[in-house]
Design a protein around this ligand. Sequence first.
Ligand SMILES: Cc1cc2nc3c(=O)[nH]c(=O)nc-3n(C[C@H](O)[C@H](O)[C@H](O)COP(=O)(O)OP(=O)(O)OC[C@H]3O[C@@H](n4cnc5c(N)ncnc54)[C@H](O)[C@@H]3O)c2cc1C
Length: 289
Amino acid sequence: MTTVRTGGAAAYFSRPAAVSRVVELLAWARASNLPVGVIGSGSNLLVADSGFHGLVIKLHGHLTEMHFDGPVLTCGAGARLPRVAARCADAGLSGLEFGVNIPGTVGGAIRMNANAYGGVLSDALEWGEVATPDGVEQRAPGRFEFAYRRSNVSDDEVVTRARFALRAGDAEEVKSVLASLRERRLAAQPSGIKTFGSTFKNPEDPRAEGRTAGQLLEAAGCKGLAVGGARFSPKHANFVENAGDATTADVIALIAEGRRRVGDLAGVDLETEVQVLGDVDPALWGTAR
Ligand SMILES: Cc1cc2nc3c(=O)[nH]c(=O)nc-3n(C[C@H](O)[C@H](O)[C@H](O)COP(=O)(O)OP(=O)(O)OC[C@H]3O[C@@H](n4cnc5c(N)ncnc54)[C@H](O)[C@@H]3O)c2cc1C
């Protein structure tokens, strides 16, 4: 269920297709003292090899659908961004083109404040609906406290639906923007590999001297570096790929080694972008330096 294809099973797994069902599940998990994990497309997620001893929720059916009303799109948070971008282009609507290259869901993109090539989710977002164990609420973009790859959506909250206000444009023009964004992405990043995209956030530390996480990792000799079945991509050092039979432990040891090398080289402590579900070795994760 994750794009890197490592990790163990969940103790409980549910695919709710209605918002009311999500609230029920969250209330049940709270009453049962179980942690909750939400999985969108699993495109930014690393699951512990020992699995997750709680309830994993993956939105389904109605909660993956899109409805257009003129330039307004209301969709389930389980809708996948590349599909959303393509449907908007077919309808001649502009505002979510950047989603064509982000292989996640609308809910995952809100939680992670995903963006690409200058496109920002909150520019088009009118509201996101968030389910909690106590009910649902709608949050305007200003209430998500968006920051670099962060929002205030917490672990026991599920983004269930979202509404976007788009701009009416020309379908052919919007489609050509999607095509050029796809081309730019193909030229810059590896494709067809098992990965969760960028491993580390780009650092704000002045010691990075403006270098991206990928450039720092490359300078530290990480391109192509492997631990077990996991390696930093030879094409883009900030992408970890599962080259065949990687375990999550391999991936985590590789991430720790990359962070250690960049720390030694530039004194910069890289922060991971990828999210974790389940127990991972705290000696390697986050406290590596
Ligand atoms: C090849 C590749 C390219 C990528 N390019 C980009 C890029 O250009 N820009 C970018 O920003 N990201 C990029 N990513 C990362 C990833 O696609 C985004 O972070 C995406 O928003 C994650 O969405 P997801 O549905 O896959 O979330 P998941 O990976 O399933 O989950 C990520 C986090 O969001 C939470 N979550 C998921 N769904 C919900 C929900 N409905 N409600 C509450 N929490 C939820 C999860 O619990 C987890 O904490 C890329 C990834 C890959 C593999």
